[in-house]
Design a protein around this ligand. Structure first.
Ligand SMILES: OC[C@H]1O[C@H](O[C@H]2O[C@H](CO)[C@@H](O)[C@H](O)[C@H]2O)[C@H](O)[C@@H](O)[C@@H]1O
Length: 546
């Protein structure tokens, strides 16, 4: 069984993925997921219970006895349909502030782009949801985490709020004039911070032991900049502080460089066993490892999911640091990622600025000091002056990982560099040219390595386009700004090609074939799609409005 695959010492030390004995741990989860009742492992853990969990667990014991511990797939399927149901947790909902003709459309002259922007705004109502009262009445029967305000989902199998997706969703909502909806989503995040002390990967119990790229403070800053809602900020700034303190307390790691020891951040979310939503996949990935090594791989798999890049050769590499395509060679926690540290730099400095707005000068100073320290570490550890780019750092080998990923540009996106040095933008463009990164008309790929994983070549992801384009734009170099505009317009045209052909927006695209959706990884490509629409709206606002 899954539990016997972990040494008893590990079982004692690590917490389960969540407290639920149905959704996160135990023999029922193991039996259902390993029987492959559904093609997608996430389907089972998203179902709600038809009766109380205690009753289901009792029935399960009887069921296993009846089948002498070895039920067939059909037996398990019947047990699942007798005790669980799909749906019934969310209602579709039209927000009060939805306007199919928001103001910014008037500022777009280009006819095709005007039509596309209007179509994108028209997608929001298809992705808006609100929780049914049943979830709050019987939270123990659901894996979804109860919140009161309506929200935008990414789309497809992703029917719940996701942490980093929401950054770009909120950007799109603010452009579309949907300030109230954006505030409701921030309120939901605050609800979870109050309850759990941090923001989980997504709003499901099985995501409760890991987070996702920390962009909550920057999303609040975007909302405050757009609305000047200082009253909201005053009421909630303590929760922004608490969320960042969670990263400081739980994700800090020492990095040695040039005889100095620096405090930086990495992804290492520890909890017992496989990801419940990809249980079978993870269980099989670690299958050939000795018992003593399995939990290390589970943790690095969960770390990959926490990074948002699940999965990629950025995290899959051998002892010498050479990328390879075998997921069981995952070493997420060995890497100190450029993007995570840059996101936290931005979050610390945004919080410092917002404390100035609420006149809390001591706290503003404290977070500014943390931001400055991190910016220094980013420059010392990641910047490579020969290549003119920042690289992830292998904290075991003590060397930079010299591969192209769009995340290499994250310091430009978050301002974690010397902004007075205009030369940096030029150098980064030279690096990108040298690595032939500008040759793809379908978007910038996640890497230059074709591995079959979804955060690798040829997939082009919307958040990575934003980091590339807006990073180059902010660098201050004229050469970089020109490239930013070229990349943004090419991306929009690829989005339009795909949308015209299919009527859908996708979570990821193929960098080599403009408009073609991406593939690979452990689930089929999803459409909707929250962050794709948000990024497209940002690019339209920047490059097509007057
Ligand atoms: O179910 C597998 C994994 O799915 C999610 O990851 C992907 O979708 C998310 C929502 O768009 C996105 O935030 C993430 O970057 C994608 O890789 C989920 O976040 C993972 O935790 C989960 O294991």
């Amino acid at each position: 069984s899954s539990l016997s695959s972990l040494s008893s010492q590990q079982q004692k030390q690590l917490p389960p993925t969540c407290d639920s004995k149905i959704y996160c741990q135990g023999n029922l989860l193991h039996t259902v997921q390993m029987a492959e009742v559904f093609p997608d492992s996430k389907s089972f853990v998203d179902m709600h219970m038809k009766m109380d969990p205690e009753e289901i667990l009792k029935d399960f014991d009887v069921f296993m006895d009846e089948h002498k511990g070895e039920p067939s797939k059909d037996d398990v399927k019947k047990f699942v349909t007798d005790h669980f149901d799909s749906g019934n947790e969310l209602s579709e909902w039209t927000p009060n502030d939805y306007n199919p003709e928001p103001e910014f459309l008037k500022d777009i002259n280009d006819t095709d782009m005007h039509k596309f922007a209007k179509d994108l705004v028209g997608v929001w109502p298809k992705l808006t949801r609100i929780m049914k009262p049943e979830v709050r009445e019987h939270p123990e029967r659901y894996s979804i985490l109860p919140v009161t305000e309506g929200f935008i989902i990414p789309g497809g199998r992703f029917k719940e709020t996701y942490y980093w997706d929401t950054y770009w969703i909120i950007k799109g909502l603010l452009i579309s004039g949907m300030h109230e909806t954006a505030r409701g989503m921030l309120d939901n995040f605050v609800t979870l911070i109050k309850e759990y002390g941090f923001i989980p990967n997504g709003f499901r119990k099985y995501y409760l032991k890991r987070s996702q790229p920390p962009l909550f403070t920057p999303m609040v800053k975007s909302y405050i900049d757009a609305t000047e809602d200082v009253a909201w900020l005053k009421d909630n700034i303590q929760y922004l502080d608490a969320e960042l303190q969670y990263w400081v307390d739980n994700k800090m790691v020492s990095v040695k460089k040039n005889k100095m020891t620096l405090k930086m951040f990495n992804y290492k979310p520890e909890s017992l066993g496989p990801r419940p939503e990809s249980y079978r996949e993870d269980y099989l990935t670690v299958d050939h490892f000795p018992e003593s090594e399995k939990q290390r791989v589970y943790t690095d798999l969960k770390g990959g999911a926490e990074s948002g890049w699940d999965y990629t050769t950025r995290w899959i590499f051998d002892a010498e640091g050479t990328p390879n395509s075998n997921l069981s060679d995952i070493h997420t926690s060995r890497s100190i990622p450029v993007d995570l540290n840059s996101f936290l730099y931005r979050a610390f400095s945004d919080l410092s600025k917002m404390y100035l707005k609420t006149h809390q000068l001591d706290k503003s100073k404290k977070w500014l000091e943390r931001a400055i320290k991190l910016k220094t570490a980013i420059s010392l550890v990641f910047w490579n002056s020969d290549d003119g780019i920042w690289y992830d750092f292998d904290n075991v080998l003590g060397i930079q990982r010299k591969y192209f990923w769009p995340s290499n540009l994250a310091p430009l996106w978050t301002g974690a560099f010397n902004t007075l040095n205009k030369n940096i933008g030029d150098k980064v463009v030279d690096y990108l040219e040298k690595n032939k990164v500008f040759q793809y008309c379908g978007g910038t790929p996640a890497s230059l390595i074709r591995s079959g994983e979804q955060w690798d070549f040829p997939n082009a992801w919307p958040p990575l386009q934003a980091i590339m384009v807006q990073g180059l734009q902010k660098s201050g170099s004229e050469k970089a700004k020109k490239k930013a505009e070229e990349l943004a317009t090419a991306w929009l045209h690829a989005n339009i090609v795909g949308f015209t052909e299919t009527g859908e927006m996708f979570e990821k695209y193929d960098a080599e074939v403009p408009g073609q959706y991406g593939g690979g990884g452990e689930y089929t490509v999803q459409s909707g799609f929250g962050w794709t629409n948000g990024v497209a709206l940002e690019f339209i606002k920047e490059y097509y409005t007057h």
